[in-house]
Design a protein around this ligand. Sequence first.
Ligand SMILES: Nc1ncnc2c1ncn2[C@@H]1O[C@H](COP(=O)(O)OP(=O)(O)O)[C@@H](O)[C@H]1O
Ligand SMILES: [Mg+2]
Length: 320
Amino acid sequence: MVLEVSNLMVHYQTMDGYVKAVDGVSFSIDKGEALAIVGESGCGKSTLALSILRLLPKNAKIVGGSIILKPDGIDLTKLSETEMRKIRGRKIGMVFQDPMTYLNPAMKIGNQIAESLVWHNQLTWNEARERAVELLSRLKIPDPANVATRYPHQLSGGMKQRVMIAIAISCNPDLLVADEPTTALDVTVQAEVLELLKSLIQEMGMSLILITHDLGIVAEICDKVAIMYAGKIVEQADVYTIYKSPLHPYTMGLLKAAATVSGSEGNVESIPGTTPSLLNPPSGCRFHPRCPFVFDKCPKTEPPIIKIDDNHEVACWLRE
Ligand SMILES: Nc1ncnc2c1ncn2[C@@H]1O[C@H](COP(=O)(O)OP(=O)(O)O)[C@@H](O)[C@H]1O
Ligand SMILES: [Mg+2]
């Protein structure tokens, strides 16, 4: 196993009260395994990713649970910032939706990649710059030596995202956390970047947490899927089971939405209603106000996580 998250709870402090963005989330990921975390905007996916990397904003706090990095068994929630810096990049790499939140606009691409190699692997600057060009070619960037001398704004969105991935894998981490890595890209570029990501993690034996709102893109790349709604994981299974026999009405809604996006109609059939505020989430099952199968029990009591079999679990009163 590479990472085990247990009963994680993360709150934001705001003027109106506590936003319970991650509320009792548990999952684990094995070596070489790719896990997708899927849910609509506002479900707490980015908060979860930032918690693993301990990059949460100042008003956020991990209030419960653990994030255990294996095989050492270190609980990341307990580490100091200095200790965390040795984990980031070297053990856990990260790719964000907007590369510019991470790339330095005033630094040449080659130097940015080299910087992390000098810092983590103690290479000389010349060695690191050579490795940087190698990494760019590994990311299938044409004319990598030339691209290394350019600045981020001189590259297209897809190229910037490839550079981010190059930095993320530069120190050969055990785990890559990618938060909506292709959401800002157009569909063809998105497919190319995902394909590349998949072949890289397979070659390098890396584990991946791929965060996305689009269930349609995970089939090709992920082994397991965790569906997140309003701060909780509502269903978890292998990717085949999620597509073939989803059990949570929310998962079914996401599948339907994904099918209509990639289908010929060009008409997105999204789930009626919106994600709730996590200041005062709905009582009982948080999905009940939007659920087409809601019955008397749903608003009253929160459904427990029901184990269907060894690799399928769901939190829904219909499956009791
Ligand atoms: N810095 C913040 N302060 C207060 N609330 C926040 C902050 N960042 C995110 N939230 C809230 O936390 C919830 C989860 O957000 P987020 O993790 O970004 O979800 P997702 O990535 O699934 O869209 C949302 O209700 C959002 O409004
Ligand atoms: Mg997000």
